[in-house]
Write a protein that binds this ligand. Structure first.
Ligand SMILES: [Mg+2]
Length: 316
């Protein structure tokens, strides 16, 4: 819903005629608008850039920079939203055509009728406010879609796409500041057996509990916990050395085990456990984040082959 609050609307009035400036600005000020004045197109452009008005009233005929050139410059500055009301001479059809083709939203004719000005201004501001509201809603919807697209629907963690975006971004950032980037890869031990014995709905519940425990354990705001796929999770730790990452990995492993989720078909523990691979790298141009993923995967494989329910670390 859009409500116009005149007190918060700012109008730029550009006219070389002192009398017009005085009459129109007084009339608009009485309506509660804030009015910024400029006496030619150049001054108008400067005032536009400084005050970012909600609407522009501009005279067609002015010295130095006229109203048509003024409109074109506003468009060149990338503004296609601010309504421009052009003041033309009465019945000057050529000026009216030029005004529209220069980018004016509407026109009024001289001699100026103040009540017409007020009504036009209010209508144009209402329309432009509606458009701005709709744009905001669209942007918000797009933002939400983007977040959803990066979210795993089961665990509410980042999904693989969110992980890929994030690790690339942090890879680039760590390369710039020459700091270590660590990655933890975890796998739920004997998860296929778990699903076979307890069935998939319980398998899903198990993954949710594991995800929640991971997120509670990994608390630094720049760290990202993601569902990498199936029963595999990944944790990105920017600006973290191998000691720090190994300690986080150990905490995560312990947290999962402490959930004490019964797993009768695990050969290493009566509860659900995870195997964890850790790797750390200082990103450089001769490498990319795939090298880090590959190393963490190898560490994870090592943790599994050494008996599972453990952390294995590999330095690149
Ligand atoms: Mg004039």
């Amino acid at each position: 819903m859009s409500t116009i609050e005149p007190n918060f609307q700012r109008i730029l009035l550009v006219d070389d005629d002192l009398v017009v400036r005085a009459r129109v600005s007084e009339s608009l000020a009485q309506e509660g608008f804030e009015v910024i004045l400029a006496k030619d197109g150049n001054e108008g452009i400067m005032a536009y850039q400084e005050y970012r008005p909600d609407l522009i009233l501009v005279d067609a005929v002015m010295p130095i920079l006229d109203g048509f050139e003024f409109c074109e410059q506003i468009k060149q500055l990338g503004d296609r939203l601010t309504p421009i009301l052009m003041i033309t001479s009465l019945d000057d059809n050529e000026s009216i055509d030029r005004a529209f083709s220069a980018g004016a939203t509407d026109y009024i004719s001289k001699p100026i009728n103040l009540s017409v000005v007020r009504q036009r201004v209010k209508n144009l501001i209402r329309q432009s406010q509606l458009i701005k509201d709709q744009l905001n809603e669209l942007q918000q919807a797009n933002q939400n879609l983007k977040l959803l697209a990066n979210l795993d629907s089961l665990t509410q963690l980042s999904n693989r796409r969110g992980f890929d975006d994030y690790i690339q971004k942090e890879w680039d950032r760590m390369q710039r500041i020459k700091a270590p980037l660590s990655l933890i890869m975890c796998d739920v031990d004997f998860f296929k057996n778990y699903n076979d014995r307890y069935l998939h709905p319980n398998g899903d519940k198990c993954l949710i509990k594991v995800a929640v425990a991971m997120r509670k354990t990994v608390r630094r705001s720049g760290d990202l916990v993601a569902r990498y796929g199936g029963e595999e999770f990944a944790i990105v730790l920017p600006n973290t050395n191998v000691l720090g990452a190994t300690s986080v990995a150990e905490n995560v492993r312990t947290a999962i085990k402490n959930l004490q989720i019964a797993h009768e078909d695990s050969s290493v523990c009566p509860y659900v456990t995870i195997s964890v691979g850790v790797s750390t790298i200082i990103p450089s141009q001769s490498n990319d984040f795939q090298a880090l993923i590959h190393a963490a995967d190898r560490a994870l494989y090592q943790a599994k082959s050494q008996g599972r329910d453990r952390v294995s670390t590999l330095i690149v």
